[in-house]
Design a protein around this ligand. Structure first.
Ligand SMILES: Cc1ncc(COP(=O)(O)O)c(C=O)c1O
Length: 385
């Protein structure tokens, strides 16, 4: 049986070209980038090239990129690092109810340390309104953090509009762009963003490496203290093979973006249209303002977990809620924030497409999901056909 991977929002496979770029760094460029002799200088050069390429693609400057050990670390560094540095200016932070836990739990930690957080709600499409952010602004607001594309239901947020509000008032604006970097055009200067998070394993790079763009002039307290790496903003000997892999993956994603994304959008919309034919089905997230690869639907009266197990038996890898929450019985905080009931949110299915997805995969899913849903409903005490 062919296996079909439809969980690219959770992670993606490393591209062969990325691995090819990383292997010589493991084999030969093993020096410590802080060392003065030639091995060190070679390692430094590999890292500098990767930093320059990453900065260039994002429209940033060389020194505005901090490499981190994950997207989660970059989110934490942005949120905690910026808030802590500015704690004498004010203690109010604005975020949304649908952020990834790397942001939500970071602001909760700040709350437990004397900061005040406003969680802006979303509408039924999962959209944050810039007007709501404006209403939430206070004299002591120091930071706004709103994600670019939601990892669960795919809605894209009006980050430029929110960034402009922040800029007018001298408030820092951070966006978690883990799901959009490599998929959408990003120009941090044009978008007016002060800090932006990305993670390599979402665009066919290695796991365990991310980056934070930090606009020149924005000051952060580091999370990790020690050496002077990353211009004193993140101590620790740099993982140069992973950093080289991140930059290579980003370059390839950028080169391929304009041809791949329309293809993904066509397949995404065909999947949504097909799944919608199943009775008592709700499509989650905004129809147009949506990640090119994201399909998220709720089938009433069934459990997401049983659906996933049944799909797995048919060779289909999918997700219910986010990677971090699947495995727990709690329904997704994102779907609940959009106003879905606990019961409906439990029956959610997320399919996220990628480079390897084909029309035949879409056909296969559309052929196998409806009978599985029917069978599970027949077993459900809640369902009266
Ligand atoms: C929106 C978003 N932010 C942050 C992260 C965390 O990234 P990482 O897995 O690199 O820690 C993820 C990964 O699931 C994500 O989807």
């Amino acid at each position: 049986m062919e296996r079909i991977y439809l969980d690219h929002a959770a992670t993606t496979p490393v591209r062969p070209e990325v691995l090819e770029a990383m292997l010589p760094v493991y084999r030969e460029t093993f020096g410590n980038a802080s060392s003065v002799y030639s091995w060190g200088r070679e390692a430094r050069k590999a890292m500098d090239d990767a930093r320059a390429a990453t900065a260039d693609i994002l429209g940033a400057d060389f020194n505005e990129i901090i490499f981190t050990g994950s997207g989660s670390e970059a989110d934490n560094l942005a949120v905690k690092g910026a808030a802590w540095k500015q704690r004498h200016k004010g203690k109010h932070i604005i975020t949304s109810t649908i952020e990834h836990h790397a942001v939500l739990d970071a602001v909760k930690w700040l709350e437990s340390n004397g900061f005040d957080v406003t969680y802006v709600p979303v509408d039924e499409d999962g959209l944050v309104s810039a007007a709501d952010v404006e209403t939430a602004l206070r004299e002591d607001t120091i930071l706004i953090t709103i994600m670019h594309g939601n990892n669960e239901m795919g809605t894209l947020q009006p980050v430029e509009e929110i960034a402009a509000l922040a800029r007018e008032r001298g408030i820092l604006f951070h966006t978690d762009a883990v799901q959009t970097v490599g998929a959408l055009p990003i120009d941090v200067k044009q978008m007016g963003i002060d800090m932006l998070t990305l993670s390599a394993h979402k665009f066919y790079g290695p796991k365990g490496v991310g980056a934070l763009y930090v606009r020149k002039g924005v000051r952060l307290d580091p999370l990790i203290h020690g050496g002077a790496q990353e211009r004193n903003r993140r101590a620790g000997t740099e993982d140069i093979p992973s950093i080289v892999g991140l930059a290579k993956a980003l370059e390839l994603a950028e080169r391929e973006r304009q041809s791949l994304m329309p293809r993904l959008i066509t397949m995404r919309d065909r999947l949504i249209a097909g799944l919608e034919q199943i009775p008592e089905t709700k499509v989650n997230g905004h129809r147009e303002k949506r990640l090119p690869n994201n399909v998220n639907v709720c089938f009433r009266y069934i459990e997401g977990e049983s659906l996933l197990l049944n799909l797995d038996m048919m060779g289909i890898a999918a997700s219910s809620g986010s990677a971090c929450t699947s495995g727990s019985l709690d329904p997704s905080h994102v779907l609940l924030a959009m106003g879905l009931s606990h019961e409906i949110a439990h029956g959610s299915l997320r399919l996220t497409l990628g480079r390897s997805t084909t029309d035949a995969h879409v056909d296969y899913v559309l052929q196998h999901v409806p009978p599985i849903v029917t069978r599970l409903r027949e077993m459900s005490p809640l369902y009266q056909a």
